[in-house]
Ligand binder design. Structure first.
Ligand code: NAP
Length: 562
């Protein structure tokens, strides 16, 4: 893409004082995968002034905070990374099939170093508010350090799973032992040797952490509200031949993942489960089970997301695997998911999770039938009065997903409207990128985009590149701002809901639906239209002159403001 000319609005911006700038073209919130690439794109390829504010003490986003034992991506290393710089992709060596937290963090630190990004990042600085000034057509971004910066554009790169959720159990503050949240793990690590440990929650974080905590703890009790369908990761070193072949297929790999359904090199079978015999299904699923990874979920039968009858065939297969792995029939029964379809709750990958429950010092407690009533000074008490004593409690209780990180910021658009008020019944966006009434405010992998239903770096890169393209168009047209037309937003919201309602996803109580946060509106948040078609839709919107968006403050042929 050619460099865009400097924005006319910028010529009216006061000169920057020495030291930190108070006025920039763009403020980016967050220095994870999305924020870092956005900064590089705007600053180094479009010649804009840009500043990242980052609450953490370093780059990395999710991978800065989530340092719990076993933390790694469930996407294969070779596609859980940036593709925008071919040299970077070809040079970087991952040690295993799935990248571990410290390796992903090291990669992001390397990227920040390679492109000199750190000089435009203010660390340990949390954005508290962003307010749009209609007269100046600029945003004022304020932070918890008292800094206030104005910008023509604001890009939220805050991640979909960055607002940690710790349930408000009565007495939580009274616990005399140590408490941890998986998403806010101490950097120095935690040694559980000889301790009695509780893990609350059984999502993807717990599934990774439990086997490793069990290796250290003297006694481990896992409190499960909802059993998950879990499939094997089969992590390990990648065959050097496979690695070599991949390095030689940059264009092929990225072409395929970008046009795929979920940002992986995975495709649904042509025949659905309903059209297949039990023997065929068993063979196909066993093949994916043995390969490990998300293949059973995102690369087997497409009809499992729409037909409960089809879905039941996968559930039967997975339930049999649980009974094979878990020795105690009662524990196996408790670990067997009930009451919701496979694949409609995020499917974690395990490395020894089920087997951990065969160890004599590991216990599983059902807190659906008998919820946690309170945290006590020595442990916790269940509703039926049963008490447990612990030295440490690990909250693997997840996040206020997708809208949570945005709603933590006091975002005020036209007429002072607060974004979280506008979204009180659920998110309202056009393309999951912008919300009407919030000119020049972009969301990377926001709600109503494929986001968490995809391999995130693929969706992040697409959004960063599309946002850069939109900003380029604003500047090319000599406009001051862009925002969605409200009809386009209404149509996109309706389209999202139609897709979700046609699927089984809303039948499961999940964080996709906001169901894990008391009081949160029940709305399916990610876009179900899939990665490839979504990318195509964005390209079509751009080709049609950014259809559905309105440019404002532009000059017409005579130079008058439109
Ligand atoms: P999560 O999937 O939301 O799991 C939270 C767990 O805490 C659930 O089992 C939940 O039960 C339980 N819980 C919440 N409130 C509770 C309460 N009041 N009482 C008892 N249990 C309670 O969170 P997560 O495991 O951190 O994962 C979140 C997402 O982050 C994943 O789905 C994934 O997208 C991403 N992630 C990815 C990876 C990876 O790629 N390997 C690793 C970790 C996380 P319910 O199910 O009943 O709500």
């Amino acid at each position: 893409m050619p460099d865009a000319p400097a924005a006319p609005a910028e010529s009216r911006v006061p000169a920057e004082p020495a030291g930190l700038p108070d006025h920039v073209d763009a403020v980016i919130i967050g220095a994870g995968f999305s924020g870092l690439y956005m900064l590089h794109r705007l600053r180094d390829e479009m010649g804009m002034t840009a500043r990242i504010f980052e609450a953490a003490g370093g780059v990395g986003g999710t991978w800065y905070w989530n340092r719990y034992p076993g933390a790694r991506s469930d996407s294969d290393s070779y596609i859980y990374c940036y593709s925008f710089d071919r040299g970077l992709w070809e040079e970087w060596e991952w040690s295993e099939r799935y990248p571990e937290q410290h390796e992903i963090l090291a990669c992001l630190e390397h990227v920040a170093e390679r492109f000199g990004l750190n000089r435009d990042i203010e660390f340990s600085t949390r954005v508290t508010a962003a307010t749009f000034d209609e007269a100046a057509s600029r945003w004022t971004v304020t932070t918890d350090t008292g800094r206030s910066v104005t910008a023509q554009f604001v890009i939220t790169a805050v991640g979909a799973l960055s607002a940690s959720n710790t349930p408000q159990f009565p007495g939580a503050g009274t616990f005399g032992g140590d408490s941890y949240h998986t998403g806010l793990w101490p950097h120095e690590g935690v040694d559980f040797t000889g301790q009695r440990v509780a893990v609350i929650g059984t999502g993807a974080s717990a599934v990774q952490a439990v086997p490793l905590i069990a290796r250290q703890a003297a006694d481990l009790t896992v409190f499960q509200r909802t059993a998950n369908y879990i499939v094997p990761a089969r992590n390990g070193p990648v065959d050097p031949e496979v690695k070599r072949a991949r390095k030689g297929d940059y264009a092929g790999i990225w072409g395929r993942v970008r046009s795929s359904s979920f940002g992986f090199e995975l495709y649904f079978l042509e025949k659905g489960a309903l059209e297949s015999s039990d023997e065929e299904i068993e063979r196909e699923l066993m093949d994916r089970w043995n390969q490990g990874g998300v293949g059973i979920w995102l690369g087997s039968y497409g009809d499992i997301f729409f037909s409960d009858e089809a879905n039941a065939k996968i559930r039967k297969f997975l339930n049999e695997r649980i009974r094979e792995k878990v020795h105690d029939p009662q524990t196996a029964a408790l670990l067997t998911p009930k009451g919701y379809p496979f694949g409609c709750k995020r499917n974690p990958l395990d490395s020894g999770y089920y087997e951990t429950f065969n160890l004599p010092h590991v216990h599983l407690v059902d807190v659906k039938a008998n919820p946690i009533a309170e945290i006590t000074p020595t442990g916790l008490r269940l509703t039926d009065g049963t008490e447990y004593e612990f030295d440490a409690i690990v909250y693997a209780t997840g996040f206020d997903a997708m809208t949570g990180p945005l709603n933590k910021i006091d975002v005020r658009g036209r007429d002072g409207q607060v974004l979280r008020d506008k979204w009180s019944d659920g998110p309202r966006t056009y393309l999951g990128l912008m919300s009407a009434g919030y000119p020049n405010l972009f969301m990377i992998t926001g709600p109503q985009s494929p986001s968490v239903l995809s391999n995130m770096p693929v969706s992040i890169e697409q959004h960063v590149e599309f946002i850069a393209r939109i900003i380029g168009a604003v500047r090319d047209r000599g406009a001051q701002a862009i925002e969605p037309e409200s009809q386009a937003e209404d149509a996109w919201v309706a389209h999202n809901q139609e897709l979700a309602q046609a699927s089984l996803f809303p039948t499961a109580d999940t964080w996709y639906m906001g169901a894990n946060i008391p009081g949160k509106p029940r709305v399916f948040m990610p876009y179900l239209g899939l990665v490839g078609p979504y990318r195509q839709k964005c390209d079509e919107v751009a080709a049609a002159g950014f259809e559905g968006f309105e440019f404002t403050g532009s000059t017409d042929k005579e130079g008058a403001l439109a």
